[in-house]
Design a protein around this ligand. Sequence first.
Ligand code: TRP
Length: 450
Amino acid sequence: MDKKEHFGSKFGAMAAIVGSAVGLGNIWRFPYMAGANGGGAFIVMYLGFVLMVGLPIVLSEFSIGRAGKGNASSSFSTLARGTKWYLIGILGVVTAFTIMTFYSIIAGWTAHFLKEAILNRFAHQSEAELTASFKSFVNSGWQPIIWACLTVALTATIVSRGVKKGVEKFNKILMPTLVAIILVMCINSMTLSGFGEGMDFLFNPDLSLLTWQSALDALGQVFFTLSVGMGVMITYGAYVRQEENMVKSKAIVVLIDTSIAIIAGIAIFPAVFTYNIPPTSGPDLVFLVLPNIFSQMPGGYFFAILFFVLLLIAAVTSTISLCEVITSYFTDKFRVSRRVAVWVAASVIMVLGSLSAISQMDGSHIRIAGLNQFDFFDTLSSNYMLIGGGLGIVIFAGWFFGRRNLYNIMTYNGRYNLGFIFPVLMFFIRFVAPLAIAVLFLSKLGIFKM
Ligand code: TRP
């Protein structure tokens, strides 16, 4: 099945893929994960996994899309007729829904905070007042739901316009804006008194803090931040023209994504230490820390708006990709129009997302496996579903699709000479990535202990 839609230009394709990768994962999730897991020690593992597991899976996934030319699931069916591999794609579509339910809530928080910033609500507020107003927002129940539904509706509106006129066009405008804003934020952070302490926390690893749990969290974060393990790269891979040098362009995507996470860390941790907020605050971290800074810093009004615009762009360019995976699957599978597929998916997400928002209210009794529904879905999707999907994807690519096919796809039938890089990548795809995932997974399930 050939996809009729394609990205219009190399830059557009790059913007869309970077737009998917760079998201709340970089600016909201990465800082609190690093903060909760010891800073530098977490970052060392994170960088190791990016190179040895993340990049190989990005390339495997993208190759499957390029060769299979279908959606997250049908690409497998095309490459492996009569087998059950397509189930990995179905797991991916389910994962997209799971991620969207909590991701859209945070995207909604972001939109709400942008409104507050524009109305200058952070000015002259004490730390206690800011915390209280954040809590009352979350506990109001309906406010986070409305904001989340608005961001889902925005996403759906863009995605229903199509690959070129929606997904690509918006990313081409928004992603360069995002990069410019985060650089400004990072430079500003260098003027804060906590800069040294923040940098020390980020880059001076205390290796005694490494645990199996923090290793699994680091791996989960790599999957999440690179948008791998559920078929975004398969879906987008089918939209990219075949001629490009995919290994180079995907390495650039991984580099940009990783740099933006680190730059976000540099923008945020000095402030965390300057204003004495515990780096272990969890998902609230960015939302507690930043309004505090903005209320006190010179030019805070301007920076607050800038930052929440940044976060909202990051969020929406990522929800676009999650929504596109579902849309591409639904339109092929159920032969419905893009518009119908998009709005059905959006409606389901709004309902599930609302439950997730309610579960975050103080005193909520919605609990799954001891976690509120929000944390449960976050952990379930990153640490289990994405990693499980990623394991299937590398095994499929490395062992079933195989070396020769991967070579032809990655080098465009030998046109790009990858030299020693190809055998190294093959080694990572076949052995290192699956083993790293399997070991962490099993240790987590308590099947063995080191
Ligand atoms: N990578 C995005 C982020 O860091 C989130 C995201 C978008 C994602 N699409 C995904 C995560 C697909 C996993 C799979 O915010």
